[in-house]
Every structure is written in structure tokens, then in C-alpha cells.
Design a binder for this molecule. Structure first.
Ligand SMILES: O=C(O)CCC(=O)C(=O)O
Ligand SMILES: [Fe+2]
Length: 241
């Protein structure tokens, strides 16, 4: 959810009791904007992010980081297009208008977890195409589910990002590329910070299977909806409680 989300305001795992994290979410906006948070497009003013007034330098720092990491996201599409034997620019028109979302997350320590249903972020896959995640070095919290259904630690490696594949991309490829199920719990005894940036498809792009990804051996797995419809459904599920 855009802006500030409080502890337990989201619940990523339908079987969970809420996500024990808080965070601030925003999307890209021009850095040189004078009137913070409002940009004029074709004569219409559209509201963007609500920045915390107590932190005057936060906006610029966050937007600079956003831009650098969103650019990594843009490079991933042609790489995956080539891997799928498609033209390098195959995803361009489906993603050229998409705003990425970035979250700065804080996980309070949960050493003595009494309720296993409340962890930092419950098991889920991300909704978009790619997630580029920075994790605080030195604190193990993130786990991914492998094909044997075992939880594997994904420890932070200084100087690297974790890249998660998301549901929109899994749908485009009819499951050839899978979205990784993951969760995080902070048992370190100190606060943990992480920063995911979610790179998705254009809101109106159809999540239609790519030619070559459906065959008699691999029948169509998903109904065809737009990226926007998909995100709206997931938002309603995650913030409904
Ligand atoms: O904090 C993390 O390591 C994971 C965050 C995450 O999975 C998410 O925000 O979707
Ligand atoms: Fe995630």
C-alpha cells in the first residue's frame, strides 16, 4: 500500500496472522519536481507520493536509489526475452509504461515467537515480473521454498541483490519461469531492514501466454487477465483483514 504501512497491516500468507513488519512504499517521480508529490501530465495534475515531512533528505535519497535499481529491472527484460528465444525488445511495449514500486521495510526482532502464524512476512510469491531486493548484511531472515518444498535460507551477501521472479512473468511464460515462494522472519534479536523494488508490466498489459510457452505437454495454466486486474486482486487479498 502506498505511503506508510503499520505492523500487521498486511497479510501475505492467507494462512498467516499478519506480517510483522512496517514500511514506507512509493513509486517513481521526477527528482526535479518543485511541488513535492504532484506532477502535471497533459495539463492534469496527478498526485504521487506522500513523503514524510520530518525527513527532508529522504525523498531525494530514496528516489535516486529507486532510479538506479529500476534501471537494473529494465535490463532484465531483454535478457529474459533472449532466454525465451524472443526478440530482445519483446517485452518493451508491455512494460514501457509501468511504474515500479519500492518499499523500505523494518522488521522488529522476533526472538520468542509464540505464534507461528505471525512472522515478518508470510509465505508468498511477488506479484510483478521481477523483484530486486536489498537485504541488510549480517542478518539471516529471508527463506525461499525450493522444488522439494523445503525452506532454504537466502542469506544477505554484501554487495549483491536477491532477484525474485514474480507472478506476472510466470503467467506470461505459462509457468516455464516460476515465481519463487519466499518468507522472512527476523530472529536475530535486532531490527532488520530490507528494501524490495518491484518491477511489473504496464497496468493494461494482458498477461497472455507467450507463443511457444503453451504446448500439448504444457497446457494453458492461467486465465488471461491484465496486469492491473491481477495486482488489484492481490491487493484486496493481502489488505482485506
Ligand atoms: O524482507 C525481505 O527480505 C522480503 C520482502 C518481501 O518478500 C516482499 O516485500 O515482498
Ligand atoms: Fe516478496
Amino acid at each position: 500500500m502506498m505511503g506508510y504501512s503499520a505492523l500487521l497491516s498486511g497479510n501475505n500468507d492467507p494462512n498467516g496472522g499478519g506480517d510483522f513488519q512496517e514500511g514506507f512504499e512509493f513509486t517513481g517521480e521526477p527528482l526535479n519536481l518543485l511541488d513535492h508529490g504532484v506532477v502535471s501530465e497533459n495539463g492534469h495534475s496527478i498526485g504521487l507520493n506522500t513523503w514524510p515531512p520530518e525527513l527532508p533528505k529522504f525523498r531525494e535519497a530514496a528516489l535516486r536509489y529507486y532510479e538506479a535499481v529500476a534501471n537494473i529491472g529494465k535490463v532484465l527484460f531483454p535478457i529474459f526475452a533472449l532466454a525465451l528465444d524472443l526478440e530482445e525488445d519483446f517485452f518493451e511495449e508491455k512494460t514501457n509504461n509501468a511504474a515500479a514500486l519500492m518499499r523500505t521495510l523494518r522488521y522488529p526482532p522476533q526472538e520468542d515467537v509464540t505464534d507461528d502464524h505471525i512472522i515478518g512476512i508470510g509465505a508468498h510469491s511477488d506479484w510483478e515480473c521481477f523483484t530486486i531486493l536489498w537485504q541488510e548484511p549480517g542478518i539471516q531472515a529471508l527463506q525461499v521454498l525450493n522444488s522439494e518444498k523445503e525452506w532454504i535460507n537466502a542469506p544477505p551477501i554484501p554487495g549483491t541483490f536477491v532477484i525474485n521472479l514474480g507472478d506476472q512473468f510466470a503467467r506470461w511464460t505459462n509457468g516455464i519461469f516460476k515465481s519463487t515462494v519466499h518468507r522472512a522472519i527476523n530472529r536475530s534479536g535486532v531490527c532488520r531492514y530490507s528494501i524490495p523494488l518491484f518491477v511489473g508490466a504496464n497496468w493494461d498489459a494482458k498477461l497472455e501466454h507467450i507463443p511457444g510457452c503453451v504446448s500439448p505437454d504444457r497446457p494453458l495454466q492461467y486465465e488471461i487477465i491484465t496486469a492491473g486486474e491481477y495486482v488489484k486482486t492481490k491487493l484486496a487479498e493481502t489488505y482485506s483483514h
